[in-house]
Ligand binder design. Structure first.
Ligand SMILES: [Zn+2]
Length: 418
């Protein structure tokens, strides 16, 4: 099949005006101009008119099961306040709510042009039940929390059980030691070793908040007290930045997603630039919590692979506000408003290719090139706009179409998994 569009943004630095995209089964066969790609005998041609075709987004961080919590939490006076709220609200969620939240989140992502998401799975077994009900490509990261050094054995056991199930149902299955503050150095180290042994990536929330910063740099503060009260052993908070704590604990696996990285010292930039490490930035959640400026320019200059994620709707909206969504266009726009000098090409790369690269999938998705998976979305190219990249980043609402692995899984407001 050939799809014709007014423009195709196939990857950073590559735009085809009056473009043609040939797909066959689950793959891209060719991308070029209408003049270069002519139909074979009997090959269907669909003219999408004033449209843009772009790679489906790769959302590098999400918690789908929190989608139903939109607007139910507030940033509170501190991050520790928010932790209290989420512990409470999670306890009150039924299995039905978790399942419907997960599916609602998956649908929101597809409607806004996302083809793959790296999702933190906090409920064992939830991913394997839900993933069969959506065409979204979900890479599950099993969440692991352990407050005591002795917890490592049972966490490896849980990791093993979940990985063996999840790996059969996803392109990549990973582990998510939750964060340095909800694990210990020994637990982080054991889990990183186990992930490497299994060839799995890990995702860890590191240096998200000021409270976490205080816990590790000063051995005090609200989060320190909170975690001590919950039974975490605290002797390993030895006056270093959260990223250095993570580094020195040997918590990084060969492929590691460091989520947030909001509070950094000079040495942290060198660590994050190591091959195999990526940083995930979630602009909307970052802004909701009111964190200081994300140091994108310094990270990018160091060569750090920075990806974009939506995080969850547990860090969005206000109780009285309108409906909130998981939407990578919104994340790109928020990032652009906070980082006005950054080229839109780079922002699009963060939302597509960089996520794929973080998982070692850059030859399969994140761009539209011959031989890659046919994961792409279609959005309108309004007649009054001449700048393609502006048209992409300013797009609001649903996409007009989404293909995942060559299947047309969303068409406007209707899902038509064919
Ligand atoms: Zn998260």
């Amino acid at each position: 099949m050939i799809l014709l569009a007014r423009a195709i943004w196939s990857c950073k630095g590559s735009v085809v005006i009056d473009g043609a995209l040939r797909i066959c089964a689950d793959a891209v066969v060719a991308v070029g101009s209408i003049n270069e790609i002519s139909p074979l005998r009997g090959e269907p041609v669909v003219d999408l008119g004033d449209s843009i075709i772009l790679p489906a987004f790769v959302n590098a961080h999400c918690h789908l099961d929190y989608t139903g919590l939109a607007g139910r939490l507030n940033p509170g006076l501190s991050f520790t306040d928010w932790v209290d709220q989420i512990i409470e609200v999670k306890r009150s969620m039924t299995m039905d709510e978790q399942e419907s939240s997960w599916l609602l989140g998956a649908q929101m992502l597809m409607e806004s042009g996302c083809g793959m998401v790296f999702n933190i799975e906090s409920v064992p077994g939830l991913f394997s039940r839900m993933v069969k009900q959506t065409p979204l490509q979900v890479c599950p990261f099993t969440e692991l929390i352990g407050f005591d050094d002795g917890d490592d054995e049972h966490l490896v056991h849980l990791a093993k059980r979940e990985l063996s199930e999840n790996a059969q149902l996803s392109m990549v299955a990973g582990l998510a030691p939750h964060s340095p503050y909800t694990t210990t150095a020994k637990v982080l180290n054991t889990l990183a070793g186990y992930a490497d042994q299994e060839g799995s990536p890990i995702a860890v929330h590191v240096s998200e908040s000021e409270d976490e910063w205080e816990m590790f740099t000063a051995g005090s503060g609200a989060l320190f007290d909170k975690m001590k009260g919950l039974g975490r052993i605290m002797g390993d908070c030895c006056f270093e930045s959260p990223v250095q704590y993570f580094n020195h604990s040997g918590g990084a696996a060969l492929r590691t997603l460091v989520v947030h990285a909001n509070y950094l010292i000079n040495e942290d930039f060198d660590f994050l630039a190591k091959p195999g490490l990526s940083v995930v930035h979630c602009p909307q959640s970052h802004s909701w919590f009111g964190y200081p400026e994300f140091e994108y320019k310094r990270l990018a200059k160091k060569g750090v692979n920075v990806c974009l994620g939506t995080d969850s709707l547990a860090s969005s909206g206000r109780a009285e506000s309108a409906f909130e969504e998981l939407n990578m266009f919104d994340e790109m726009r928020k990032f652009k408003s906070r980082n006005p000098g950054i080229d839109i090409d780079d922002i699009l790369d963060m939302a597509t290719y960089n996520g794929a690269k973080a998982m070692g999938l850059e030859r399969q998705l994140g761009q539209l090139r011959e031989g890659m998976l046919a994961n792409f979305s279609i959005i309108p190219f309004p007649k009054h706009l001449s700048d393609l990249k502006e048209a992409i980043i300013s797009h609001e609402g649903c996409v007009s179409g989404l293909f995942i692995a060559g299947k047309h899984v969303f068409a406007g407001k209707q899902s038509i998994a064919d």
